[in-house]
Design a binder for this molecule. Sequence first.
Ligand code: PNS
Length: 169
Amino acid sequence: MRVAIYPGSFDPATLGHMDVIERACQVFDRLIVAVLVNRAKKPTFTTRERMDFLRRMVRDLPNVEVTSFDGLLADYARQQGAQVIVKGLRGVSDFEYELQMALGNRILNPSVETVFLMSSDKYICLSSSMVKEIAYHGGDISGFVSPQIIPDVMARFAQNAGKNVKQRG
Ligand code: PNS
């Protein structure tokens, strides 16, 4: 059984993330979407919220499960019995960072292989931080996130209006 982990901050998950999930779950028998608890980055959405958003998005994909992890991805992959780490590549700007991570993870856990999947060209310029900026200004995020989570994402920014919004992630 080929088990893959798709890790990320997912703060919040976008249609680009969903595109990678849909591709990966066709290639692997079991896909674990693993949300980084991410204490250092102070995410906009709690771990529980980010997992809940993803669970709503993957409800119709039976071989996908959503978990969270803290610490090193290489250790979590070992613990989950995963042979593969899946990462999405949007373009060359992602590559250098992803190469570093893949090589680091290979040293930490030589039995795990990183596989890159290209998201659809529609999502090449899409990021969670772009979604947050649009939501912060009350814009229409329906082209960027799944319909199941739009009201909750918008509600967070209505609630936060006037406060600072994280720009990266
Ligand atoms: O969605 P992101 O923020 O680009 O995801 C980054 C993530 C979660 C994949 C990365 O930060 C990660 O794996 N963090 C766990 C710590 C770790 O294992 N670092 C890599 C050392 S080589």
